[in-house]
Design a binder for this molecule. Structure first.
Ligand SMILES: [Cu+2]
Length: 567
């Protein structure tokens, strides 16, 4: 027995050494793997970090084995077995990460046949009532729609099975919107970007119960712009918009009519409502979110005006595309596969001072831009969404869709094209706001996926009180991801981003802006309509899942000292 004791001690000691050596080699492999990962990220590569990490792990393990053989003179065979185990497990973990990361990138490029004519939402013809108001009838309805060829998807629409007719009115028009809820759930209809009193705004407080109607009326008094409308029921906006309720609201004015821009609806003036969707096998819409994503639904199929694989037949040399991102969470960076230049003539709330020539325009949920594209007879031009700039790290960019690419819309130009009038060099003089006229500065920090200034939405809490007919500066900042900021009841100009002048496409009037994480946007706006506590305005993130999670606040606008009074 006594002679066995040293052997047992030696065995224990040798076992402990091998365990320690294996752990040490694993640590070394993990460390060199991590250095490889960080190095790969620093080089800005996408899948490369994982190759670096895996090869780093192998190098670390081999080096560790050599080191241990030399230092402790352990049995080579045992050591090799331990180190192979260490290497294989490290490479396996890295491999799973690489597989997840690679698969988190979505594209439809090369997978979709572009054969279906782009649907053009019909213009909604108003009637005129005894007061001279233009009355537009809109009715919510549930239906089945063939969104993907050969499948049926339960959807909602206004006056149709999916989306809505386009409403068009002129500045100065008095309009009455006769909205009827023909579905079996409560809803609302919000006029995104419209300058109108809070009670007409269609926010979460103006609920329309099943079978009921709501008839807001107002006088259109803002410059020509491409606005839109969609439900805004608290906690249900994402779901209801995703089912298909969204439509375009075009405002025209004399100043714009005089510019001779392409303006024949459906011919050279085309609504382009871009949405991403994902479907279950049986055709139902899939509202699941991607693993690790922090933004919401990111689909793998693209619809434009509800058309899958859409083709627009161009018959004029210039085509004006009214681009609307009506997606729940996806940010698009739109351009053409041949990198052609096109002109942006308007952003959310109106025309730019002059056309801005560009190869890309980025739109976050809720944002719009009007693009004028020149085409040659007989050519095909593919509009594509390239990777968006969300300003996140390589991992969060990937899982939130920044690396995704999608073919969006093909433009087929006719062999004979009608010659369009050339674009004017100057468009409109912007009605600017002077920062010196601002009576108040407020700060908003959108953080996580549900908070503004540390609070989430409470329908019974008024967060801000604004005096009517005043100008204010709002400093808005996003943390923990990108957010799309939208205040109701007004439009704004961006004064600066981190104290720098905004880029040309962000110098016009807007009502929604993508906040890149960690940056501060100073916006200036004027508040000219009343919103009382029974019908306050909202300010919120237009990533709809964030909005529903509570990334929204309420503000009232009224006379000095009387802003919060019910009336
Ligand atoms: Cu957000």
């Amino acid at each position: 027995m006594a002679t066995n004791a040293p052997d047992a001690r030696n065995r224990r000691s040798r076992g402990a050494r091998i365990a320690a050596a294996t752990l040490g080699a694993m640590a070394l492999a993990a460390m060199t793997g991590a250095i490889g990962l960080v190095g790969g990220v620093a080089l800005g590569a996408t899948w490369l970090p994982f190759v670096f990490a895996a090869s780093g792990a192998v190098v670390g393990a081999v080096a560790g084995r050599g080191l241990l053989l030399w230092r402790w003179r352990l049995p080579a065979r045992l050591l090799t077995a331990g180190l192979v185990l260490a290497t294989v497990s490290t490479v396996a973990v890295v491999g799973v990460g690489a597989w997840f990361y690679t698969n988190a990138r979505i594209t439809n490029v090369g997978k979709v046949e572009f054969t279906q004519p782009l649907a053009i939402p019909p213009l909604l013809e108003p009637t005129t009532d005894e007061n001279g108001r233009k009355v537009f009838d809109l009715r919510f309805q549930a239906a089945n729609t063939e969104l993907l060829p050969g499948t049926r998807t339960p959807t909602w629409g206004l006056n149709g099975s999916y989306l809505a007719p386009t409403v068009r009115a002129e500045r100065g028009d008095e309009v009455a919107m006769n909205v009827t809820n023909g579905v079996d759930e409560t809803t609302t209809l919000h006029w995104h970007g419209m300058h109108l009193p809070g009670i007409m705004d269609g926010g979460p407080h103006q609920m329309i119960e099943p079978g009921e109607s709501w008839e807001p009326t107002w006088t259109i008094d803002q410059p020509a712009a491409t606005l839109w409308f969609h439900p805004h029921l608290h906690n249900e906006t994402a779901e209801q918009v995703y089912r298909g309720v969204a439509g375009m609201f075009i405002i025209e004015d004399e100043r714009t009519a005089a510019l001779d821009l392409p303006d024949t609806y459906g011919v050279d003036d085309i609504p382009v409502i871009v949405q991403d969707k994902q479907f279950h096998g049986d055709g139902r819409l899939d509202t699941g979110t991607r693993p690790a994503s922090t933004v919401g639904i990111l689909g793998d199929e693209i619809l434009v005006n509800g058309t899958h694989g859409p083709v627009l037949e161009a018959t004029t040399t210039l085509v004006r595309l009214r681009l609307l991102n009506a997606s729940n969470a996806r940010v698009y960076d739109l351009g053409f596969t041949d990198d052609r230049h096109f002109s942006i003539i308007a952003t959310d709330a109106g025309l730019l001072p002059e056309p801005v020539s560009t190869t890309r325009v980025q739109l976050s949920p809720g944002e719009r831009a009007e693009a004028v594209v020149q085409v040659e007879p007989g050519e095909r031009a593919m509009m594509r969404s390239f990777g968006a700039d969300l300003g996140l790290d390589f991992f969060n960019d990937r899982v939130n869709g920044a690396d995704d690419t999608f073919d969006i819309l093909r433009i087929d130009a006719a062999e004979q094209l009608d010659e369009s009038s050339p674009l004017p060099g100057e468009l409109v003089e912007l009605d600017r706001l002077d920062a010196g006229d601002a009576t108040r500065t407020r700060s908003f920090r959108l953080s996580g996926s549900s908070n503004i200034n540390g609070q989430s939405m409470d329908m019974s809490r008024i967060d801000e009180t604004v005096t009517i007919d005043t100008t204010e500066i709002w400093e808005v900042e996003a943390g923990g991801g990108p957010h799309s900021f939208h205040p109701h009841g007004t439009s704004f100009l961006i004064l600066d981003i981190d104290e720098d002048r905004p880029p040309p496409l962000l110098r016009g009037w807007k009502d929604t802006v993508l906040l890149r994480s960690g940056h501060t946007y100073r916006i200036i706006a004027r508040f000219e309509h009343v919103a009382d506590p029974t019908a306050p305005y909202m300010f919120h993130c237009h990533i709809l899942e964030h909005e529903d999670n509570g990334m929204m606040g309420q503000f009232v606008v009224g006379p000095p000292g009387d802003e919060g009074r019910n009336r």
